[in-house]
Design a protein around this ligand. Structure first.
Ligand SMILES: *[C@@H]1O[C@H](CO)[C@@H](O)[C@H](O)[C@H]1NC(C)=O
Ligand SMILES: *[C@@H]1O[C@H](CO)[C@@H](O)[C@H](O)[C@H]1NC(C)=O
Ligand SMILES: *[C@@H]1O[C@H](CO)[C@@H](O)[C@H](O)[C@H]1NC(C)=O
Ligand SMILES: *[C@@H]1O[C@H](CO)[C@@H](O)[C@H](O)[C@H]1NC(C)=O
Ligand SMILES: *[C@@H]1O[C@H](CO)[C@@H](O)[C@H](O)[C@H]1NC(C)=O
Ligand SMILES: *[C@@H]1O[C@H](CO)[C@@H](O)[C@H](O)[C@H]1NC(C)=O
Length: 895
């Protein structure tokens, strides 16, 4: 079916006559299924699910059970076709290349009837010399094979050779498809325990004809080393061309500094290396992570024979410190930026969308802004997603979010045949070169949990052939990946896996007996059976790069997935159970475990509410449980910063990255941001527990040792010690006046944690209090008497508190908007109550934004807070109309 019209988008790059490209992206494409019964307009870049939805053939993929009902889409092969014209003059260039920046995934490409390319890797860019094939009028056909069948075939080939590459199946609860490890595609697109299976097909990044005489400058790799009084800058300029010249003219300019290089330089192995460029340290300002200083970036413009590129760079050093700890077994594991130890506070980024064509710049900005707003300084880009789009790293550079970058291998063993290693090698070269210049990147890591999968015998059958599996592991991550990454980027550390033991893993021939050791490297911690409100149930480890608990998204978000009222009820419906992809310790369905956890802490939801209201309350209670569990864990990890346990050597924790930051659909997951970006209670708590200066209170009681104490700790990221006052106040639930209070002056240490008070629980909660009647507020004031941190403690589970009463909470004033310095709008809100109220939750209905505090413990008659929104059109009246309060005491049955 030839197209009547030819649409060509001419984008002339700003380099004069020497380098051009013709974009073939846009709406001129058609896509059809295997037998041609469906043939519809296609968008490039894009994906088949969105094309089918636009054509009205399928409905919203995230509606109800569509993840399973629409599986037929990826069981088909799909063919994309486009016709386009190219000006005659273009055809004469010495370089005339068709460039696919991303095809998802296994494809054959036919230009004017000639097969010119076959692809097998979503993460790669493909470039084909089309001289002699490209004409003024062209037809381009891209035939993409079902990834499900391709993966199955690859697996079967191995299997028939008596080699099983695990896993062979996933938990049924994931409603997924198998063998993602056999195709270089976003691994979680075959389903995950937080996401649906949409193994899409499509041309997911731009397509263009690049034509030029000399070279195309593809990537700028930047090396920075600090020397006495100056920065030693190295630039590696990666160029492409059908016949690379041996010498080219190179210019490099840095904003604020001027010319770094101008002249001719040789091309060796596809790159031009400019080294020993010295920049006076006084002439540039440093880049710091969020919370430590500004994020100063300088534009670096590079031109090679007329092909140019501009990137932004920041001046900083970043090191992973793994050194001995006096008096302890093991090694430290932490990041030092500009020589300053940085406690890593953050989370794990899963893909922005499971259907990549749905990713927008606005969505990336919103997620990254929420990361910064929650006082985070690090995100781990997890290995089951994609090497992220440039916009993610650009936002991270601007916002001071350090990036722990996994390579895209997760929770599986992988084949190591030559074709696989070759395609992976090219994938790594391209992606590491593309993103390397980003200041925010702090660490490269080979894979997610694959070392632990081998040592931990996740698939017991592997034991029979364990040497082979270990050798394959080393072949991929040590012998193939390590030299590629270290050659491109010798300025950063590469660790093989997460969790791993860092340097210790190397000593154990890269597959350690316990990669998850708490004395080395990083740890992943999951245990859904513990009391997660009790800090002693969390490990003391050097760096915890994953730990998490699930919750439900809000009722409002659930409503985006269904219009059937019976879906959103308590007891839980089939839909809500279908969306729960997690099974706890192989037998307990995730939702059953969430119910168990909720009932262990609350007597809720209130039995006389409607089943719909009970569902809303259940969502709220799971969010409290999740927020409290991660709060408990992070506060413990941060207290561990300056302490080492004398016998075990555990402690000196320097990182807490919880699982997981974002969501790809509306479902029970570990995320702190809902699919539409709404902050769950956890995200609000993260903003507080990641504050640079923090006071915490927790109860330590043990029947065995007859111990029952309350400890108050102070944690500081300040540069110098400071005198502060610490207060501990005991309140009952019927009054805003403390029953007793303690005030002590303390010297707050700098960049450390310290025990401030050890108090006897019995004394503190003495008559008229008891642990089930009263609560604690702990506060820290600086010498100007400003409150610098405040926290609270319930000494018992909420369901045991006997004195909770209706607090009649109301929003009494909304004022604004006022323009903030970051360009967003802010409203001032006053909340009033007649009694203390824990877990007070505000919602802003359909208005996108977040509150400066939420899920808070109201312990004064009035609370002043802000609502921050990027939507400049929201008025005071609109916001007032949308605001609502969820009051804990009205949601649950009280004791
Ligand atoms: C084409 O394929 C679709 C989907 O597999 C199928 O439903 C349809 O019957 C087929 N049509 C023909 C004419 O074979
Ligand atoms: C696989 O193992 C079976 C049974 O041991 C054997 O018959 C077969 O020849 C083996 N196949 C290959 C390709 O090694
Ligand atoms: C500058 O860095 C380059 C690349 O790492 C290195 O080869 C060179 O020796 C360094 N120069 C100095 C003076 O340290
Ligand atoms: C990882 O190690 C930590 C600390 O020793 C431990 O608490 C946790 O259970 C371990 N996780 C796994 C999956 O083995
Ligand atoms: C639930 O009980 C409370 C009193 O405990 C009462 O005020 C309210 O009207 C009841 N709600 C329903 C829906 O029965
Ligand atoms: C702490 O409080 C006491 C009593 O009000 C006061 O004398 C002292 O100056 C305060 N210390 C600081 C650091 O504010």
């Amino acid at each position: 079916m030839a197209l009547a019209t030819c649409v060509v988008f001419l984008t002339t790059l700003a380099v004069g006559t020497l380098g051009h490209s013709i974009s073939l992206s846009g709406p001129s494409w058609k896509v059809s299924n295997t037998n041609g019964s469906i043939s519809i307009p296609a968008k490039v870049p894009g994906g088949v699910y969105s094309d089918l939805q636009r054509a009205g053939i399928i409905s919203d993929p995230y509606y109800r059970f569509n993840d399973v009902l629409q599986r037929w889409v990826s069981n088909e092969d799909w063919t994309w076709t486009s016709t386009f014209s190219v000006p005659e003059s273009t055809l004469a260039f010495a370089n005339l290349n068709l460039v696919f920046h991303g095809i998802d995934t296994v494809a054959r490409v036919i230009l004017n009837g000639k097969e010119i390319l076959s692809t097998d890797n979503m993460f790669r860019r493909y470039r084909v010399d089309v001289r002699g094939i490209l004409k003024t009028e062209n037809e381009l056909v891209v035939k993409i094979t079902s990834p499900i069948f391709y993966a199955l075939n690859q697996f079967t080939e191995y299997y028939n050779n008596n080699y099983t590459v695990y896993p062979t199946s996933h938990p049924n609860a994931q409603h997924g498809v198998e063998h993602a490890n056999f195709v270089r595609k976003m691994q979680s697109s075959f389903s995950w325990d937080w996401g649906p299976a949409f193994p899409s097909l499509g041309i997911w990044k731009d397509v263009e004809i690049e034509y030029y005489e000399s070279v195309k400058l593809r990537d700028v790799v930047v090396g920075l080393a600090e020397r006495e009084n100056h920065w030693n800058v190295t630039l590696a300029l990666y160029v492409e061309g059908n016949q690379l010249p041996s010498e080219v003219t190179v210019k490099a300019d840095l904003e604020g500094i001027g010319q770094l290089f101008s002249g001719s330089a040789p091309i060796v192995d596809g790159k031009i290396v400019l080294t020993n460029i010295n920049i006076d340290e006084r002439k540039v300002r440093r880049w710091w992570p969020n919370g430590f200083g500004e994020q100063v970036l300088y534009k670096l413009g590079v031109d090679v024979d007329g092909s140019s590129k501009e990137v932004k760079i920041g001046f900083r050093t970043v090191k992973v410190v793994q050194s001995t700890i006096p008096g302890a077994t093991g090694l430290s594991f932490y990041f030092k930026v500009n020589g300053w130890p940085v406690y890593a506070k953050g989370s794990n980024l899963i893909p922005i969308e499971v259907l990549q064509e749905k990713v927008t710049k606005e969505k990336i900005r919103r997620i990254m802004q929420a990361t910064k707003d929650a006082n985070m300084n690090m995100l781990r880009i997890w290995g089951g997603g994609t090497y992220e789009l440039d916009e993610v790293y650009e936002a991270a550079d601007e916002m001071g979010i350090l990036i722990w970058q996994d390579m895209m291998f997760a929770c599986a063993l992988y084949p190591t045949n030559k074709e696989f290693l070759d395609t992976v090698s090219e994938e790594l070269r391209q992606n590491v070169r593309r993103i390397q210049h980003h200041t925010s990147i702090a660490l490269w890591a080979g894979n997610n949990e694959n070392e632990m999968a081998i040592s931990g015998m996740w698939w017991p059958e592997t034991l029979f052939d364990i040497t082979r599996y270990k050798n394959d592991y080393r072949t991929l991550y040590v012998h193939t990946m390590k030299p590629i990454i270290e050659e491109i980027d010798p300025w950063r550390t590469y660790i093989i896996s997460s969790p791993s033991n860092g340097l210790e893993t190397d000593k154990e021939n890269f597959v350690a007996s316990d990669p998850n050791s708490s004395l080395y490297g990083d740890v992943h911690f999951y245990n859904y059976l513990i009391d997660s409100w009790n800090p002693s149930n969390f490990p003391s480890a050097r760096f915890v790069s994953e730990f998490g608990f699930q919750s439900f998204p809000s009722l409002r978000t659930w409503k985006q997935a269904t219009d059937t009222d019976e879906d959103l009820v308590f007891p839980l419906s089939e839909l809500v159970n279908h969306r729960q992809h997690h099974t706890v310790v192989l037998i307990i369905p995730g939702n059953a475990n969430l119910e168990r956890k909720v009932y262990s802490k609350f007597n809720g939801p209130k039995v006389n509410l409607s089943s719909t209201d009970q569902f809303g309350v259940f969502c709220y209670l799971t969010q409290i449980n999740q927020a409290m569990s991660i709060k408990t864990a992070v506060e413990k990890f941060r207290r561990d910063r300056s302490t080492v346990k004398p016998k075990s050597g555990e402690g000196n924790n320097m990182g807490a990255l919880y699982w997981q930051l974002n969501d790809v659909w509306q479902a029970p997951t570990w995320a702190s941001l809902e699919y539409d970006g709404t902050w769950k209670m956890l995200h609000n708590y993260a903003k507080n527990f990641f504050e640079p200066v923090l006071i915490t209170a927790h109860r330590e009681s043990s029947l065995w040792s007859n111990k029952d104490i309350i400890e108050v700790w102070l944690i500081s990221e300040l540069e110098a010690p400071e005198k502060v006052n610490v207060t501990v106040e005991v309140f009952s639930f019927d009054s805003f006046k403390p029953i007793r209070s303690i005030l002590q002056e303390k010297t707050l240490c700098s960049d450390c944690s310290m025990l401030s008070n050890t108090l006897n629980t019995e004394d503190l909660f003495a008559e008229p209090c008891s642990t089930d009647r009263c609560f604690l507020i702990v506060s820290m004031f600086d010498k100007k008497k400003q409150l610098i941190s405040e926290n609270w403690l319930l000494a018992e589970a909420p369901k045991k508190i006997k004195t909770l009463i209706d607090a009649d909470i109301k929003v009494t004033s909304v004022d604004g908007p006022k323009l903030r310095s970051d360009g967003r709008n802010e409203f001032e809100i006053v909340v009033e109550a007649s009694a203390p109220a824990p877990f007070t939750w505000l919602e802003a209905g359909s208005v996108a934004g977040h509150f400066s505090d939420n899920g808070f413990f109201l312990h004064a008659p009035k609370k002043f807070l802000n609502f921050i929104t990027s939507d400049g059109s929201i008025t005071q009246d609109q916001l007032t109309g949308e605001l609502s309060v969820i009051q804990y005491s009205r949601s649950v049955d009280l004791a």
